[in-house]
Write a protein that binds this ligand. Sequence first.
Ligand SMILES: Nc1nc2c(ncn2[C@@H]2O[C@H](COP(=O)(O)OP(=O)(O)OP(=O)(O)O)[C@@H](O)[C@H]2O)c(=O)[nH]1
Ligand SMILES: [Mg+2]
Length: 704
Amino acid sequence: MPGSDVSATKPVVLLVGNPNVGKTSLFNALAGMRAKTANYPGITVDLRKAMIQVAAVDKDSRCQATSEIELVDLPGLYSMETASPEEEVAARSIRGEFQGELSRLPDAVVVVVDATNIARTLVLAGEILDRNLPTIVAVNLIDAAESSGTEIRFDELSEKLGCPVIPVSARKARGLGELREAIYELTKPARPLLPIAREPCVAGCGGCPFAARFEWADGVAGSSVRQTPGKGVKLEWLDRLLTSQGIGLVTLLGVMLSVFFLIFSLADLPMSAIEDGFGWAGRVIDNLLPSSPLATMIWLPIATAISLSVFAVAYWLNETKWTRLWASVAVLTSLVIGSLPLDDFRSLAIDGVVGGIAGVVVFLPQICILFFFITLLEDSGYMARGAFVMERLMRRVGLPGKAFVPMLSAHACAIPGIMAARTIETWRDRLVTILVLPLLTCSARLPVYVMVAALLFGDSPWQASLMFAGAYLLGLLAAFGTAFLLKKTVVPGEAAPLVLELPNYRMPSFRNAWFTTVERATVFLRGAGTTILLISVVLWALATYPKLPEERTFSSDKQQAQAALEYSYAGRCGQMVEPIFAPLGFDWKIDVGIITSFAAREVLVSTLSIVYGLGEDAAEEPAGLVETLRRQRRPDGTLVFSTATGLSLLVFFVLAMQCLPTQVVTKRETGSWRWAVFQFIYMTVLAYVAALIVYQSLAAAGYA
Ligand SMILES: Nc1nc2c(ncn2[C@@H]2O[C@H](COP(=O)(O)OP(=O)(O)OP(=O)(O)O)[C@@H](O)[C@H]2O)c(=O)[nH]1
Ligand SMILES: [Mg+2]
């Protein structure tokens, strides 16, 4: 957790409010952080802390006085009478009962309310004010309120509430200085005790306290908020359409299809630029390494010299502690350089390292474009309408409505999705959600989808995006089908419905979309530079050694390269499992990719890049991954990547469980390996059978 090295003596200030009022956005703006925000409720499920400076001009001394406070972002809650675990996290912190670091009453509470919906979001403020904690009300989203013609008299509001009221806009960074000042005043050491000039918010109600609170909030809002007639945009008709069973579903499909179309029409240019870049890097390395026979002879002493100097630098680096990791990498590299003959080293650098990394990184543009648009959609409020449409279908198959947010996160990666399933109250609902989440398309599958789309439908962005949408849909249908089967067999029961308040439409923030995209890209590149790089080097070694005996001769270089590949460990291994995957249309080189991709799915593309790259004739014009794959032929002369094989490979990757970290998290969240093993067997068998059906039926129809 960021900033957890917090001293207990600093004042603790809580950010409290209804879900989706912009608490996390305000937290990010005040603390300079980038925690996840989105325009639907239930994004924050745990508390998050940061130390921030608050300051004010001291009235007596007339100097700027500063102090440090601990700001805590909480999950949203509607009332102190909580309904779900994440609301309970927030309520306990307010009551000062939270075990661990927050085990005392907060020094101040900032209640965040939504300027576009004051009456509803003030209800909680009333409840907090009745607790007599030092409170500030921050009216957020004033930018949105202004543009919809809502006028708020903040002085009057402050008088009615009996506490400071600060208008802010987390998005536009307005009012942050005033808020900091107000926090400073409330938390400064010698703070005078403020008399409470306010009637308790539920005074005089003999009946239902909830009704009284709503009435009170309506009264306060009614007297201090004015709506300019005709200015606010009423979009109820749109919501009726977007959440209806028919049009809503069609719209959701259309929106997703358009995003996929954008991916394929925009990514072409950056993708070929990256491909060219790696091609250029390969040529540079090739030219840098000496190639004359004499140089080959003296390579060993040169390599030893390079190796020793790298080692010396590594040793020196090791003295400073933080570079130990890099020093070990350098030592390892120096050993490899020193021990390889020149030609092998050339192949390792060009085919193994550059080829392996290039195979994955070329798909970066697609991933960036996807996340950019999805974040914009989330922020606009549209995704919450999508949730509404999906919720009805989900409940029918036994998935709880609350599974929607985990399902949305699982489209980046199953692991945060499984963790987000913690918000689901009942064990049955949580288990079903956890078991089906890995079937949804995570970003590790994207390179495989894009590769197949480029192979089969390289010239038609429309067909490519349809295929893409089909793959997403297949994952979703498989998840629904599995949930339904589970409901009928292993974990029977009815799922709980979701009470979801539709958030207002908001102008999406490009800044937020940009940062989310950069974050996803960084995760992806870090993977390419570490895991994928390591696997690529190991795979290169397995596909290169043992070498063909010298005495064997071949009629062409291409034949020799093929024979060498078949003779290697990877080749033998691939040929051994060939009979298992042959009915799915895979040749033994794809099988090597299937085996390595159980480490991480995207390793398939780097593996294919290396294995097919090594089998190429060195004299032939080098090509990018997709072009290389497209020209591969089987021994009988037919294309390896026919429509049947391509789609069978795609289906296998949509459905197979090929992610060890996810399994570990499933084990942790369900408390036993039983469910992780169940998930693995179930998904792998499903993937095999589905790919088998796809290949055999397409082959029968003449597409093999
Ligand atoms: N226009 C505008 N939008 C804002 C502002 N503050 C937040 N938002 C948007 O409101 C949405 C919700 O923001 P969050 O910060 O995730 O809200 P939250 O209160 O933390 O939500 P939960 O964690 O789900 O309770 C996001 O789409 C934000 O971009 C603002 O000042 N102006
Ligand atoms: Mg939040």
